[in-house]
Every structure is written in structure tokens, then in C-alpha cells.
Design a protein around this ligand. Structure first.
Ligand code: NAG
Ligand code: NAG
Ligand code: NAG
Ligand code: NAG
Length: 335
């Protein structure tokens, strides 16, 4: 695996050598975020630009943006815990599940820990208007070790499209289609970052649990960026609207260039290990936003999974709470 990753990372560094540094500025923690849970395990740097989220045997931890955003660009440089990380999930996501229990919207990056020597995996997901029975998971390996250094992870959400980025590589785009109806997120969301114990499902379907001998598990967040307009999510009063940064609909990161599209295609060919669009057991008719690519379809053989890269083949149909008592989350439907 290590050799395979190294070869790919060399390939990708050629492929991704175009530079597309987004023109965004970061915000200090106190300016835009608040602790969510496990306050004692949330450690701020003196300049307020870096936050560590710890998981120990007593609690995980998390933070939330102080405002709700009516579309936006949400980004952070993240370094994940190293060594034995089985059972751990680090999540970076937008949601409004605290306000709309039955009809929430959500966009996820979920990092799934692994046993020593095996790579972290990342999952993205999209929910709209409480579509928790229609998970839209994709899973990938990364072309680098995300525990060794910081990498930038970004979620763009406009009225027209959703793009997930790792560094400046677009790894997934969901173009809004009318047929998605409410499944396309439409209500203001806040940004969340959390670390928590997901022993029951995160690693090989729950076979490997969090081992607190290796605690505390430390994830680090810096270069926190929010662009978009914050609104009152219930009243949506114009007077309460405050916009930060660019108009995300027109910003450089809202459209994928032809080089970006090529990089996305290469990334997905090499690193995507699961896609709901090809999981005919779950979706005999792929959901309307799916763009079926014949070579991908063949590789995934109708199961949605490409087992060559390892990973779990078990099903976990139950929804589980990411933060007990704080919110409910989907995101594990098929894993
Ligand atoms: C970056 O964004 C700022 C504020 O939106 C703008 O004033 C500046 O001109 C931009 N810089 C570049 C290089 O586009
Ligand atoms: C969201 O779901 C609610 C309840 O099922 C429904 O009344 C509403 O019309 C839906 N909204 C959209 C945008 O589909
Ligand atoms: C944070 O952003 C600055 C400015 O864009 C960049 O120079 C720096 O490398 C970033 N730091 C990390 C850890 O990503
Ligand atoms: C952002 O740009 C779009 C498209 O030009 C426009 O429709 C929208 O009103 C703008 N939003 C804001 C908050 O200025």
C-alpha cells in the first residue's frame, strides 16, 4: 500500500502542479466559532488561529460556527491524529440539524481512522431536507498521509453546485438538478468540526475499536475560512445578513477549470473506493444527480465498491448519533 501510494503521489504531483490558490482569508477562532462540546478537550493557540480537538476516554470535542450561512465556502487546514486511530472519526461538515430535526441539510467530510500502518479514509456525503434514508456517500483514499502534515479541506455550497476540495483538487461535484428536489441542501447551515468515538462502525465495520492506551488523539485545525452571508436561519431578515469575503456564486472556487476537471477525474479514477451512484443494491435507479461514467461503472461492478483497495464490505444501515444528545447524523448508511 505504501509503495502504491507513493507512486500515485508522484503521478498526482505532476497532475496537480497547476496552482489554484484561492483568494480567501482566515478568521480567528473567537471571531467566528464557539465550542460545541468537550470544552476541556478544545485547545486554542494563543493567537486564536489554530485549534486542537482532542479525544480521550472521557470525551471527544467539537466546535461550531457562531452563525448560519446562506450558502458559503467553508475551509480548514486539518492534521489528523497519527498511529493507532481505529474507531475514530474526525468530521468537518455543515449542518442545520440542531434547528431542523426532521428536515435538516448536511454536507460532510468524515475522516475514518484505521489500525496502525493503514491509511485514513475520507468519506463525503450530502443530505437535503432530511433525506437521511437516501445517503449519498462516496469514499476515497488520499494521495498523502493526512496525519503527517496539514492539508486544506473545503466545502463549497452555492444554489447551483456543491464542490468538495482537498487542497486545490476538486474531488467531487454535485450539480443541482431539479429532480433532486429537496434533497439538494437549501436552508442556512453552520459549520462544525468534531472528533468522536465511532468504535461501532468506523473501522472495518466496527471490528477495530478506539484503543485509549494511545489517547489523547489530537486533530488540529488552522486557516479556518468562511465565506458567504450569515443570516438568521428562521426569519431570514435582510437586516440580519452579513456577508464575508466573496459572493460564493461568482468566486474562483465555484467553477471548475478544465485542468481542475482533469485532476478530479484522475483523483476519482485512482482513489475513489465507494460511490452510491454505482451501488445498485441500494439504488437500482441511481439518484438523479449521478453522472454515470462507463469506465467507472465497470470498475465498481454494481456494488458501489472497489475492493482492491481494501475497506469494509459490511452494511451498517442504522443511523447513529455523532454527538450524543446534540445531533443526529446519517452518513454511515452503507458502510
Ligand atoms: C482577494 O480578495 C480581496 C477581498 O475580496 C480583494 O480585495 C483582492 O483584490 C483579491 N485579490 C486578488 C489577487 O484577487
Ligand atoms: C421538505 O420536507 C418538508 C416535510 O416533509 C416538506 O413539507 C417541504 O416541502 C420540503 N421542502 C422542500 C424544499 O422540498
Ligand atoms: C495557511 O495559509 C497561509 C496563507 O495562505 C499559508 O501560507 C500556510 O501555509 C497555511 N498553513 C497551513 C498549515 O495550511
Ligand atoms: C451573488 O451573485 C449572484 C449571481 O451573480 C446573484 O444572483 C446574487 O444575488 C449575489 N448574492 C449576493 C449576496 O450578492
Amino acid at each position: 500500500m505504501a509503495v502504491v501510494l507513493m507512486v500515485f503521489s508522484i503521478l498526482l504531483s505532476f497532475l496537480f502542479s497547476f496552482s489554484l490558490a484561492f483568494n480567501v482569508s482566515s478568521l480567528s477562532f473567537d471571531h467566528a466559532y464557539s465550542p460545541l462540546f468537550g470544552d476541556g478537550n478544545l485547545v486554542r493557540s494563543p493567537d486564536g488561529k489554530t485549534v486542537r480537538l482532542l479525544l480521550d476516554r472521557y470525551t471527544g470535542s467539537g466546535f461550531i460556527s457562531s452563525d448560519y450561512y446562506d450558502h458559503g465556502f467553508f475551509s480548514a487546514s486539518i492534521k489528523l491524529p497519527s498511529d493507532y486511530t481505529a474507531g475514530i472519526v474526525v468530521a468537518f461538515y455543515t449542518s442545520n440539524g440542531d434547528l431542523f430535526e426532521k428536515t435538516h441539510d448536511e454536507l460532510d467530510f468524515e475522516f475514518l481512522g484505521n489500525v496502525k500502518g493503514k491509511p485514513w479514509r475520507v468519506q463525503t456525503n450530502v443530505y437535503g431536507n432530511g433525506s437521511t434514508s437516501r445517503g449519498r456517500e462516496e469514499r476515497y483514499l488520499m494521495w498523502f498521509n493526512p496525519a503527517r502534515e496539514f492539508h486544506q479541506y473545503s466545502i463549497l455550497w452555492t444554489p447551483n453546485n456543491i464542490i468538495f476540495y482537498i487542497d486545490d483538487i476538486p474531488i467531487r461535484e454535485v450539480a443541482r438538478s431539479d429532480a433532486m428536489e429537496g434533497d439538494y441542501p437549501s436552508k442556512p447551515m453552520s459549520l462544525y468540526a468534531t472528533i468522536w468515538d465511532a468504535s461501532s462502525w468506523a473501522t472495518s465495520g466496527g471490528r477495530y475499536k478506539v484503543n485509549y492506551k494511545h489517547a489523547p488523539f489530537v486533530s488540529e485545525f488552522t486557516n479556518l475560512t468562511l465565506e458567504g452571508c450569515s443570516v438568521d436561519p428562521i426569519q431570514q431578515l435582510p437586516s440580519a445578513t452579513k456577508c464575508l469575503g466573496a459572493n460564493v456564486t461568482n468566486a474562483d472556487y465555484a467553477a471548475i477549470t478544465s485542468e481542475g476537471r482533469l485532476a478530479m477525474q484522475k483523483f476519482r479514477e485512482r482513489y475513489m473506493t465507494y460511490s452510491y451512484c454505482y451501488d445498485l443494491r441500494r439504488y437500482p435507479v441511481p439518484p438523479p444527480e449521478c453522472v454515470i461514467i462507463p469506465s467507472e461503472k465497470q470498475r465498481f461492478k454494481d456494488s458501489g465498491r472497489r475492493l482492491k483497495f481494501g475497506g469494509s464490505n459490511r452494511r451498517h444501515p442504522k443511523r447513529r448519533s455523532r454527538v450524543q444528545g446534540v445531533r443526529n447524523s446519517g452518513g454511515q448508511a452503507a458502510m
